[in-house]
Design a binder for this molecule. Structure first.
Ligand code: OOG
Length: 263
């Protein structure tokens, strides 16, 4: 599907239809090469509103993306991004993920933060982030860019809600006070074979630094993180592709593991 020059609402429908029909589409900057990052976040908001309405769901948190050098290099960009998590993206370890609902999925290992305080303002520090965090947990994010061959520019991916589609949280919740969050090792395997290793240090040096960065970005738009929200702090390694029949496991030091099976 190729986008002809159209208004914002048509761009939003174009991306929503790609997701709904489970098919990849030509990236929007092929039609709108001058799309700015501000405009891309506006489109993301528009898409969010439509998706919440269409799926009768609600926002449960925020995901950060491109927070690691590995991911930035993989995508040829040098900036982090954020998007929204909806309740219907939450998947469970015990429930097979349906390959038929996904275009070309990839899994990313991340640390999830559960907030028990609001976090808002342009001067939020790493300490503020940790003080507002009740628990952290191991997580796998499934990304499924709506764009052909998973290729896009920064503005394309922001408009597409940062490729989000699903996320799985492991069962072990740990207080951030009880571990060195800046140095959590991780091994991700597919069907028992190690595919990626990484560290939370890859996430802008420390995942709380990435969240403080996002708090600043959100505050520019009069927003912030809210008590009760889940934050996915960004991939700790490169993403891996998976297909039906695959089991993905990410094992984290001190945080335990998280896994899913794709049917
Ligand atoms: C963009 C989203 C990347 C992360 O944690 O780096 C992301 C993509 O690679 O499709 O979620």
């Amino acid at each position: 599907m190729i986008l002809k020059t159209k208004g914002d609402q048509e761009i939003i429908e174009y991306l929503l239809t790609a997701e709904r029909e489970v098919r990849e589409v030509v990236k929007i900057t092929d039609t709108y090469p001058d799309l700015t990052i501000e405009k891309a976040y506006e489109l993301q908001d528009g898409l969010l509103a439509r998706r919440l309405e269409e799926n009768q769901t609600k926002t449960v948190g925020i995901k950060l993306g491109l927070t690691s050098k590995a991911k930035q290099e993989m995508m040829g960009v040098n900036e982090a991004i954020y998007g929204y998590l909806h309740a219907d993206m939450l998947a469970y370890e015990w429930e097979p993920m349906k390959r038929s609902e996904l275009i070309h999925p990839k899994a990313e290992p991340e640390i999830a933060f559960f907030l028990d305080k609001d976090l808002k303002g342009e001067n939020i520090t790493e300490e503020d982030v940790l003080a507002a965090t009740k628990y952290v947990a191991p997580a796998l994010e499934v990304i499924d860019s709506r764009y052909k061959d998973f290729r896009f520019t920064l503005t394309d991916v922001v408009a597409d809600n940062c490729s989000s589609i699903k996320f799985v949280i492991g069962s072990q919740l740990v207080s951030p006070k009880n571990l060195d969050l800046g140095n959590v090792g991780m091994v991700m395997s597919k069907n028992g074979k190690v595919e990626q290793t990484g560290s939370s240090a890859a996430v802008l040096g420390h995942p709380a630094t990435a969240i403080a960065w996002a708090a600043k970005q959100l505050s520019k738009r009069g927003r912030g993180f809210k008590k009760g929200e889940i934050i996915l702090s960004g991939a700790m390694s490169e993403a891996i592709s998976f297909d039906s029949g695959d089991t993905i496991v990410a094992q984290f030091n001190e945080l335990g593991s998280v896994s899913f099976y794709c049917e």
